[in-house]
Design a protein around this ligand. Structure first.
Ligand SMILES: Cc1cc2nc3c(=O)[nH]c(=O)nc-3n(C[C@H](O)[C@H](O)[C@H](O)COP(=O)(O)OP(=O)(O)OC[C@H]3O[C@@H](n4cnc5c(N)ncnc54)[C@H](O)[C@@H]3O)c2cc1C
Length: 463
């Protein structure tokens, strides 16, 4: 089939399955084909004009199965979508076909003790609130938690607030199981547990359609949200390191935004003196006294400190939580002020991050603005990842900057590419991933073009 034929066959689906909620309006289809890839001038150009031909919003497993069966019989590409807050065009169909929008498939299945299970279209904010009613909370929240879905975090995300304690989503013990639907003329539903489920993680919906996820939870905590400011970067880093490594202080979030980044947070201007370096943290309330003591040692000033701001729904600069200034929300706030910026995603070495930062700041401080998110890595080691802002000049220079990072031993998770393999710092695919794909998507119809090793399905190759 060529692109025109794919569009034609796709357009017949609404009449074949008239009870489902279909979207055929061109403007809405364009919106549903996009995510936040516009953060990258490179992706913005590469993904221009890539749209799905039709979108559907199923509400039940039966409705999902009926769409999938039709697509499998006709050989139509399927792109699964949560809320479309991904950064790399992950839910942008490269070859048209059907957008399977799972945002209406959004029920909590259960919370039992410290384990919860939900349909993957459930928003993380709703899941967290429902878990909190039972004394638990989600272990990690991307800064997009208010709109992002559980399935989207699993399929396209990494972690976020909470990774300072529980590591990335990929750390064993965080995600316990996945209920998955195969893409076949007679779709099957399988339960994958532990490592088998994790083969589908961060594969941009290319390996299988995840219906439900079972995740480990954490005790609900009335987090203390804090902003501390410093005159010097080294003092801010030393404070963040001391707080991040302190085993006795429970933490949800810890980030350092070096000057001049705090100036982009216009909603927080009252708490951020000109030229400051800022540390944002969510810590357990009993840590307040220790924080005051350490701030005095490092010459920092506590500018903002509110307990349980989230539960009380008190907006901070128009947001529910300081989390919405961290991770890629920092990039979003900066882009609102300066459209000439773009960003990097990097992983520093646990034992060397201070030294690596020092060298990179010396080499690149004219072009790169340093934003660090502290976390535990998959092995539990304390470290930081960078979501650095870059003054964009050209794609060539952007690549050269990423090379400088690599030369200093820092891993680059390139956010300017849309292929799964290319976004991995080490370019390594779990070999089990392709086996899982062969079992769950034997016709290779899921999000074609995003997993290089899988090649393209017959329908697209003939195009
Ligand atoms: C401002 C901003 C801040 C961000 N902060 C963070 C952060 O802190 N941490 C982080 O990890 N990410 C972050 N992200 C990226 C993104 O918001 C998150 O990963 C989010 O969880 C994605 O959820 P979504 O529902 O929007 O997914 P979508 O963008 O809709 O989908 C993401 C990918 O998952 C696939 N997918 C979705 N549902 C399923 C399913 N049920 N089965 C199989 N595949 C599926 C899609 O095909 C797509 O490839 C940020 C992005 C922005 C723009």
């Amino acid at each position: 089939m060529n692109a025109h034929q794919i569009a034609q066959v796709s357009s017949q689906l609404p009449s074949a399955l008239p009870r489902l909620d279909w979207i055929t309006d061109a403007q809405r289809l364009q919106r549903l084909s996009q995510d936040f890839s516009w953060f990258s001038p490179v992706l913005k150009q590469a993904l221009q004009g890539k749209y799905g031909d039709v979108a559907v919003r199923p509400r039940t497993e039966g409705e999902i199965a009926s769409v999938v069966a039709h697509c499998a019989r006709q050989g139509l590409p399927i792109t699964v979508r949560g809320s479309g807050t991904g950064n790399y065009g992950q839910s942008t169909p490269l070859h048209g076909g059907v957008i399977l929008d799972l945002s209406a498939y959004n029920q909590l299945c259960w919370v039992h003790g410290a384990v919860g299970r939900a349909q993957t279209g459930m928003r993380l904010w709703d899941l967290d609130r429902q878990a909190r009613a039972q004394g638990q909370e989600l272990r990690w929240l991307p800064s997009t938690y208010r709109s992002a879905t559980l399935g989207g975090l699993f399929g396209g995300g990494f972690g976020g607030a909470g990774s300072i304690t529980y590591g990335p989503l990929a750390a064993p013990g965080n995600v316990l199981a996945a209920r998955v639907m195969t893409v076949e003329a007679e779709p099957r539903v399988l339960e994958l547990r532990g490592p088998d489920a994790m083969r589908l993680h961060h594969t941009y919906g290319t390996t299988g359609i995840v219906l439900e996820l079972e995740v480990a939870l954490a005790p609900a905590t009335p987090w203390l949200e804090c902003i501390a400011t410093f005159e010097g970067f080294d003092a801010a880093l030393a404070f963040a390191q001391q707080l991040g490594q302190a085993p006795g202080i429970a933490k949800k979030e810890l980030a350092l935004m070096a000057a001049p980044i705090p100036a982009y947070f216009t909603g927080l201007a009252a708490y951020l003196p000109e030229g400051c370096h800022a540390v944002m943290a969510l810590v357990a309330p009993e840590a307040e006294e220790t924080m005051h003591c350490w701030l005095a040692q490092h010459g920092g000033t506590l500018r903002y400190c509110v307990r349980d701001q989230w539960a009380a729904d008190k907006p901070v600069g128009g947001h529910k939580s300081l989390i919405e200034y961290c991770w890629n929300h920092t990039t979003l706030h900066a882009l609102k002020v300066d459209k000439g910026l773009t960003y990097l995603q990097t992983g520093y070495q646990p034992a060397r991050f201070a030294e690596q930062l020092h060298a990179l700041r010396s080499a690149l401080s004219d072009e790169v603005l340093f934003h660090l998110e502290f976390l535990r890595n998959r092995d539990g080691l304390f470290s930081c990842s960078g979501v650095e802002l870059v003054r964009f000049t050209s794609e060539q220079r952007l690549n050269a900057i990423m090379d400088i990072y690599r030369q200093h031993g820092v891993l680059v998770h390139n956010p300017h590419v849309y292929v799964v393999e290319d976004g991995k710092g080490n370019n390594q695919l779990d070999p089990g991933l392709l086996q899982a794909k062969a079992m769950l998507d034997p016709l290779n119809l899921l999000n074609p073009g995003k997993l290089r090793k899988a090649g393209l399905p017959a329908c697209v190759q003939q195009a």
